[in-house]
Ligand binder design. Structure first.
Ligand code: ADE
Length: 246
């Protein structure tokens, strides 16, 4: 069982995610547990505030330290003895990768702080947070969607969440190649034909075609990935030929 706790001021944003599809199944099967920590429940401010103006001026507000320190103290006590990681979703963090997601899946408990306003008092980052995680080089209004992206990506590694364990390994990014195109029935649709080789039943030819298509797709969309891909001599020869053609 893997536990995710989301520290947020908008817990209601998560209900569609936790109540649908694979995530709902994973929760029902008790493979995954998703807890909500409403940061506002922990404030000692008499007006229930969780944010304040930054010292030194500047635009926007910051999460103040007290509600967050108390939230993380509560989690530390609740999960004492478990392998816990505290992450902060922020565009200023390291960009999430498949490899990082696999590593996060090795923890028992992932506590995910969802940012808002202009950010968080630095003392929270220094004393409560292990890693700052971005989901890409763009800015969102809050860390809730990024937290759902992170949980979705990580829970695929929790045993039993995916019906077929192979789908974790045979996907885009494992091996640093993007996926080859796939087709289903009918073989002819509105005059659009499925590539002949896939209908041939010749497994070796099919595998070779799929490999070449994955190489081509990666060359066109994400050529930088080819640097880290494990390529055979015939892969390299094929890529060279393709590059000369375009
Ligand atoms: N919060 C706002 N934008 C974000 C991003 N790109 N990644 C993670 N958290 C964020």
């Amino acid at each position: 069982m893997m536990t995710f706790n989301c520290l947020t001021i908008f817990p209601e944003m998560f209900s569609a995610f936790t109540g649908t599809s694979l995530c709902e199944k994973a929760i029902t099967k008790q493979l995954v547990e998703i807890g909500m920590v409403n940061i506002r429940d922990y404030t000692e401010d008499k007006h229930n505030r969780v944010d304040d103006y930054p010292f030194g001026g500047g635009a926007g507000m910051l999460f103040m330290p007290q509600p967050l320190f108390d939230s993380f103290d509560m989690l530390e006590k609740k999960y004492a003895g478990k392998r816990c990681l505290n992450v902060y979703m922020s565009p200023a963090g390291k960009t999430l990768t498949q490899e990082a997601a696999r590593r996060f899946a090795g923890y028992d408990v992932l506590n995910i702080l969802c940012g808002h306003y202009e950010g968080v008092d630095q003392r929270v980052l220094d004393h409560c947070i292990d890693e700052e995680v971005s989901i890409g080089d763009y800015v969102l209004t809050g860390g809730e969607l990024p937290a759902m992206v992170l949980m979705d990506c990580v829970m695929r590694y929790v045993p039993g969440v995916l019906s077929n364990d192979e789908s974790v390994s045979e996907e885009s990014f494992s091996g640093n190649l993007l996926e080859y195109p796939q087709y289903t029935r009918p073989s002819s649709f509105r005059g659009l034909e499925v590539p002949e080789v896939l209908l041939s039943g010749h497994h070796k030819n099919i595998a070779a075609w799929q490999r070449q298509q994955a190489l081509l797709k990666t060359l066109r969309e994400r050529p930088e990935l080819l640097q880290q891909a494990e390529l055979s001599d015939s892969d390299r020869a094929f890529l060279e030929k393709s590059q000369n053609r375009t």
